[in-house]
Design a protein around this ligand. Structure first.
Ligand SMILES: *[C@@H]1O[C@H](CO)[C@@H](O)[C@H](O)[C@H]1NC(C)=O
Ligand SMILES: *[C@@H]1O[C@H](CO)[C@@H](O)[C@H](O)[C@H]1NC(C)=O
Ligand SMILES: *[C@@H]1O[C@H](CO)[C@@H](O)[C@H](O)[C@H]1NC(C)=O
Length: 522
């Protein structure tokens, strides 16, 4: 009897811990930049391009306006990504005469309705139907809506054909994409269209194999992907489009099994839990909030109030209130309480980087995606080798992966972009593959053996990585130490390839994914 009770207690405690840590990990919304350290990410472009001289566009250094003390409320607005201002986008910028061979984009879905509700409060009143006359709107919104009506002509990998292609509820459902979310991605698509127009990335009669679109089965990712695609290729031909399904939020296809990855995540969640319970200000804030609402503290915590409060903030709604009741309940949740929770999340990000468990998790989580990304680049590059006839129908030159924060946050960490901000709504990571004019004109060195052929072509290929329009290439692990003021101002593709094929496992004391995943804990 005693043993049985103990067992039940253990199960209950375990379940509560799991829920708390999972939701914390999912909702860890804080932009990650400690003061001062994010400067480099933002000022990079001016620095790089000025030295190049020959670039086509004049370089305007990105202005720096970060206050020394990041105010959690200001940071939260940044996370909302309200589509009301023009944005800097450095996609498509390179050296003169370099040829853009391919672009691979990962996005986080746009603004969505909360996934959790705060008990006893009214749900935020947000309309998820689309209406071009409601703000925020977009010039392409009404043509987008009618184009989605023709979606039956596309090819949908199961189970995507049954997912709605537009948000449609006048009272949003949980997690539903809002009009703001649609507009954010129409804008992203339009930005990329402008950025790549002069590079003629896709011919106007692009073929089915040149465009690859993949998404998880959630309506918000599928709809976000379609909005970006529409902004990028307005009125695209549905019959050429196949939309592929990724069942895992890690986009790991058939290589998802990795026991070591799960162990790192569990250890990371324990770290996160310990840090949180050690924060007495946070504990007191949750207690105060729970008292206001007349709830047990545990129930409030499990309801992830930050998710719902962010939605209020992003949509200009005041924080929820409840009428006065027993036990001193009654009143409103306050921005000050919100700020305490977010400040703790900021501390958590700093601690996460210091401990490094999350980085190890992220390397293993994102290897399958990075391996696919690298393989695609190689395929496109080989198809473009001098003297080789282009394949009929062309190569995959544009890839779109429509994903979640739990996809993009580990991607940034795996690339070594630990200082990057936590992915806001409609965040984007872009990989560009470039070829030097030397290679394009086919002036290859003579007298090589067959085996060396690829090596030389490889030396003429370059990668750029961008996060929300900022060039972060030289902040990645694989190009951080590249001398960009030397002979080669771009990051060689070979750096990325050896990172993915071998070097990224060094942190894990291994030389391959298999070895790292199945290593016994030491
Ligand atoms: C955009 O919206 C945000 C959030 O509502 C607001 O703080 C900001 O001032 C707005 N910016 C412009 C340029 O209107
Ligand atoms: C990595 O990509 C290669 C193709 O370049 C493929 O053969 C291999 O199976 C992939 N490995 C994993 C673990 O995904
Ligand atoms: C890596 O392996 C070496 C030797 O086997 C060991 O001394 C070291 O502690 C290991 N490092 C990690 C991070 O596991």
């Amino acid at each position: 009897m005693l043993a049985q009770n103990r067992f039940i207690l253990l199960v209950v405690v375990g379940a509560v811990l799991a829920i708390v840590s999972l939701s914390l990990q999912f909702l860890n919304l804080i932009p990650t930049t400690p003061i001062g350290e994010d400067r480099s990410l933002h000022t990079l472009d001016g620095g790089v391009r000025v030295g190049l001289g020959k670039s086509r566009k004049r370089v305007i250094p990105v202005p720096h306006t970060n206050a020394p003390e990041p105010d959690p409320i200001t940071e939260a607005y940044d996370y909302c990504n309200t589509p009301n201002r023009s944005e800097q986008a450095w996609e498509g910028h390179s050296l003169v005469d370099y040829k853009l061979l391919s672009v691979q984009v990962m996005i986080r879905h746009g603004d969505r309705y909360p996934l959790y509700f705060i008990p006893k409060t009214k749900r935020p009143a947000i309309d998820c139907t689309l209406s071009p006359s409601r703000n925020p709107s977009h010039p392409q919104l009404s043509s987008f809506i009618s184009h989605m009506g023709l979606g039956g002509q596309g090819h949908w990998e199961s189970p995507l054909s049954s997912v709605p292609r537009l948000p449609s509820h006048s009272n949003c459902e949980m997690g539903e994409l809002t009009q703001t979310g649609v507009v954010q991605h129409l804008r992203n698509g339009q930005l990329l269209r402008q950025a790549y127009k002069r590079h003629k990335l896709l011919p106007s009669d692009w073929s089915a194999r040149q465009v690859w679109v993949e998404t998880t089965g959630k309506s918000r990712t599928l709809q976000s992907g379609l909005a970006l695609l529409y902004g990028f290729l307005p009125d695209f031909d549905w019959t050429k489009l196949s939309v592929h399904h990724q069942w895992s939020t890690l986009f790991c296809s058939s290589a998802c099994d990795c026991p070591a990855r799960n162990r790192f995540l569990e250890d990371e969640q324990r770290r996160q839990y310990r840090l949180r319970v050690a924060n007495s200000e946070l504990e007191k804030t949750y207690t105060d909030m729970a008292r206001t609402l007349g709830l047990p503290t545990r129930q409030l915590r499990a309801a992830n109030p930050i998710d719902s409060l962010l939605c209020h903030l992003c949509h200009g709604l005041s924080f929820p209130c409840v009428p006065a009741g027993d036990n001193g309940s009654g009143g409103c949740l306050t921005p000050a309480q919100f700020a305490v929770i977010r400040r703790q999340q900021l501390e958590d990000e700093v601690d996460r980087r210091r401990v490094g468990l999350y980085h190890k998790y992220a390397l293993l989580a994102m290897y399958p995606y990075l391996n696919r990304t690298a393989a695609k680049m190689e395929r496109v590059a080989k198809g473009n080798e001098a003297g080789r006839r282009p394949r009929a129908g062309g190569e995959e030159v544009f890839t779109l992966s429509s994903a979640h924060d739990v996809t993009m946050a580990p991607l940034l960490s795996a690339l070594g972009l630990e200082e990057a901000r936590f992915p806001r709504f409609a965040a984007r990571v872009v990989f560009e593959l470039w070829k030097s004019p030397l290679a394009t004109h086919g002036q290859q060195k003579k007298g090589r053996g067959k085996g060396e052929r690829w090596k030389v072509a490889d030396g003429e290929l370059f990668i750029r990585v961008l996060y929300n329009g900022q060039d972060v290439t030289f902040h990645t692990t694989f190009c951080r130490s590249h001398d960009r003021h030397g002979a080669q101002p771009l990051c060689p593709l070979s750096n990325f390839l050896s990172f993915v094929r071998r070097d990224m496992f060094r942190v894990l004391n291994a030389t391959s994914y298999q070895e790292a995943c199945y290593k016994r804990p030491g």
